[in-house]
Design a protein around this ligand. Structure first.
Ligand code: SF4
Length: 373
């Protein structure tokens, strides 16, 4: 087993260089399929033998994209499209794009018109508890599977998808274990390192990442428990990037002890249940998601869930990483803020952007927040 530091460094390198990972897979003769944030049905891609590669944008000046999107579209989708328009995704055999909000819908069409990589759109139903929703989503997934089969050139069998689902579930369990074990080692697992470990999963074949996680977990368990004396927070939102933003936390002695981030733990909270039909297993996972602004719920599950996360992890407060112009997150904010306030949990909301930004203001606001805790 490689030592802990080597494995953590590997995760940080992968998180910082997704393009390098894509080049490695292409060089090895693999086809690579872009999986747009969030909730693309990756096990179907994985079962085809192609590599699912996360598309989560990046820190990039948004210029060309202005021809296709209004300035008030969320920065993550703007940067994904900007990178696509600049040719950064060349080499992908296709891009799967779920339509989870209005911006996603526009992106599927913009991509279709402007980027020379086939797009595979997918609609998630929002009346999730109806059985008709399951039937609808299974039919959507059948369409995705059919399009992927044309690209990989062979049938994607139920057995192969079930095996990939089992691997993804195993990996999700490892990520949950990591999140717990990391809290005993907040000297090693700083906010930046924690984020890199989660982010690296988006750009590695799932079995390879599971092996990486097993080494990291074992390495951490072998260390003596570290007592963190600074403040602890829970993060919620779509992403908590870039590292400059996270440096505002670590620079003020703040540790991240749990998260409800779309790019991180939201991906791993809900497993795909057992069943014979693999596409129905994926559809049932969507039905079972809770506390997620992208998966409609008639109750304020997310607010209650955040209060529980604070209690369970001994956190001092919650930082809402509010993706600029993200309607689903903004609509949720008054609800979650209300629950946290009622429970006496201090909350700070900070804007997340994906354009080069120094985050000086965030540093000051985190410092003031920490002084209040
Ligand atoms: S959910 Fe929010 S961040 Fe994601 S695409 Fe929609 S508006 Fe953008």
């Amino acid at each position: 087993m490689a030592d802990l530091n080597t494995r953590l460094k590997e995760a940080q390198d992968v998180a910082a260089n997704p393009k390098k990972m894509m080049a490695q897979y292409l060089k090895a003769g693999k086809k690579v399929v872009g999986c747009m944030a969030m909730y693309t049905p990756e096990p179907i891609v994985h079962a085809s033998g192609m590599i699912p590669m996360g598309l989560w944008g990046g820190q990039v000046e948004q210029k060309v994209v202005k021809t296709y999107m209004p300035a008030f579209a969320c920065p993550i989708m703007q940067s994904c499209l900007e990178l696509g328009l600049r040719g950064s995704y060349e080499g992908l055999s296709a891009a799967v794009i779920p339509t989870l909000c209005d911006v996603f819908r526009c992106v599927t069409q913009d991509w279709n018109v402007a980027i020379d990589i086939p797009v595979i759109p997918l609609t998630y139903p929002q009346h999730r508890q109806l059985e008709e929703s399951i039937a609808f989503l299974v039919s959507e997934l059948e369409t995705v599977k059919g399009k992927l089969e044309k690209i990989c050139g062979h049938a994607i069998t139920d057995d192969a998808i079930n095996a990939s689902i089992d691997l993804y579930n195993q990996h999700a369990a490892a990520m949950r274990t990591f999140a717990k074990v990391a809290n005993d080692h907040l000297d090693v697992i700083t906010p930046e390192v924690r984020h890199a470990v989660f982010k690296s999963a988006l750009f590695m074949e799932r079995g390879e990442h599971l092996a990486l996680m097993n080494d990291i977990i074992e390495g951490l368990k072998a260390l003596p428990v570290y007592k963190h004396t600074g403040k602890k927070v829970v993060l919620t939102g779509i992403t908590a990037e870039p590292d400059d933003f996270l440096a505002a936390l670590s620079g003020n002695g703040v540790a991240v002890v749990a998260d409800d981030l779309g790019q991180e733990m939201r991906q791993y909270r809900t497993e795909m249940p057992a069943g014979a039909n693999p596409l129905e297993r994926i559809a049932r996972q969507w039905q079972n998601r809770t506390g997620d602004p992208l998966a409609h719920s008639p109750t304020n599950e997310r607010g209650e869930m955040l209060v529980e996360m604070v209690k369970e992890n001994g956190a001092d407060g919650v930082i809402v990483c509010l993706m600029k112009f993200c309607d689903p997150e903004e609509y949720d904010f008054p609800l979650i803020h209300g629950s946290l306030k009622e429970a006496g949990v201090p909350t700070l909301s900070l804007d997340i952007d994906q354009q080069p930004n120094k985050y000086e203001q965030a540093k000051n606001r985190v410092q003031a927040f920490v002084e209040m805790l």
